[in-house]
Design a binder for this molecule. Structure first.
Ligand SMILES: Cc1ncc(COP(=O)(O)O)c(C=O)c1O
Length: 387
């Protein structure tokens, strides 16, 4: 009898190290959990109310594969306001959150054996999704200089060879907070154009930056509407809608029809009434995004500032996102120290090694919490470090 196991590519997927650490915490009820990437506050009330009204009004049907036209209109207007350049609704696809957008895009453009380049440390899904599709993965490691993470552009250029199929860029980056400088975009775009490389930017944190600009530097204003440039995004982070599973893609015109078909064979469409919630989020969400940005900037100063005061702790300054990525002198095994922190200090942190080998020895703290929760965690960590 044949053995009932998954394809080799699926068996080779790395189990989630964050899950492994979380499982080690089950025996303790008093853990302060900083391992998940989400705000501790629920979705703003106006979004919940709009969605509840839509549900009660009977918006419970299948929709267009690419999402309802009124949602794509609202998204087109939002993106035009944000990036100062129109993004036509005929280029938009609504997805069941950001991870689904990444899978759909990968299924549409990555074939088995394709060479795919990713900068690391990276959110594990960005690396594992191409692997499910049997791509060959090449990583370019971010580096640290002057207390920040940076991308060595020359190293990236060397990795972008003529046989590269796709480059995945995530800026602001989960977990490091590294954010691509605006001036680096032209060279990357030029190289991708020259070799026909698909440039896939994963942009869930583009609004969550620690500066006055409304968005992190985006490739959308630089690229034409039918080039190999795709942006994947989500309502999860900027609108505190992680549990809703709503996201989107900005696509080149020539890819849109095929993408509709790929969506048909995945989820077929995003949930109807939740699309009404997304419209409310886009049309009326700016005050709540501004509030979140202010909270995150204060939380970043609180957590990164305190970590830097602790002896033996290195905590580079993030430019965006909701994470402090730091290491403790002498620590070489992230999972072991994350489990020890649970057992001895009651703090739940994500092990840095979950984000690639460059993260080994590092820990990730999601600081999108009330100040008193972050303060209690910092106190526990300080006590742990004192031994
Ligand atoms: C870099 C990155 N991309 C995409 C996502 C997708 O989030 P979601 O699937 O909730 O939209 C996340 C979530 O943590 C992320 O960190």
């Amino acid at each position: 009898m044949s053995s009932a196991v998954a394809r080799p590519e699926v068996q080779a997927l790395r189990p989630s190290q964050i899950r492994e650490v979380a499982n080690a915490s089950l025996a303790r009820k008093d853990i302060l959990k900083f391992w998940v990437g989400e705000s501790d506050q629920p979705t703003p009330m106006f979004i919940r109310e709009a969605t509840a009204r839509a549900l009660m009004a009977g918006e419970t049907y299948y929709t267009h594969n690419l999402g309802r036209e009124d949602l794509r209109e609202a998204l087109s207007a939002y993106l035009g306001r944000l990036h100062g350049q129109p993004v036509g609704l005929e280029r938009l696809g609504i997805t069941s959150a950001g991870v689904n957008a990444l899978m759909l895009v990968s299924q549409a453009v990555v074939s088995p054996g394709d060479r795919v380049v990713v900068t690391t440390p990276a959110w594990p899904n960005i690396v594992e999704i191409p692997r499910i599709l049997s791509a060959r993965l090449e990583t370019v490691a971010l580096e640290r200089a002057q207390g920040r993470w940076r991308l060595d552009l020359d190293r990236l250029m060397t990795a972008l060879t003529p046989d590269t199929r796709a480059l995945f860029l995530n800026s602001p980056n989960n977990p490091t907070g590294w954010t691509l400088p605006a001036e680096d975009r032209a060279a990357i775009l030029e190289r991708c154009r020259r070799y026909g490389i698909w440039l896939i930017t994963d942009d869930p944190y583009e609004r969550l930056i620690f500066g006055p600009e409304p968005s992190a530097p985006s490739f959308l204003p630089l690229a034409g509407d039918d080039e190999r440039v795709i942006s994947t995004n989500t309502f999860s982070k900027a609108w505190r809608m992680t549990g809703w599973r709503m996201g989107w893609m900005v696509l080149p015109r020539s890819l849109v029809d095929s993408m509709g078909v790929v969506i048909e064979y995945n989820t077929s469409c995003a949930p109807d009434f939740i699309q009404s919630g997304a419209i409310a989020a886009l049309n009326h969400g700016e005050p709540s995004i501004a509030a979140l940005r202010a909270e995150l900037a204060a939380a970043k100063d609180q957590v990164v500032g305190a970590l830097r005061q602790m002896p033996g702790v290195e905590a580079p300054e993030p430019q965006g996102g909701m994470y402090a990525f730091f290491r403790i002198e002498g620590v070489t095994n992230s999972v072991a120290v994350a489990k020890d922190l649970i057992a001895k200090a009651g703090i739940g942190l994500a092990p840095g090694s979950a984000f690639g080998p460059e993260g080994q020895g590092w820990l990730r703290w999601c600081f999108a919490n009330r100040p008193e929760t972050n303060a209690a965690g910092l106190e526990r960590l300080a006590r742990y470090l004192k031994g």
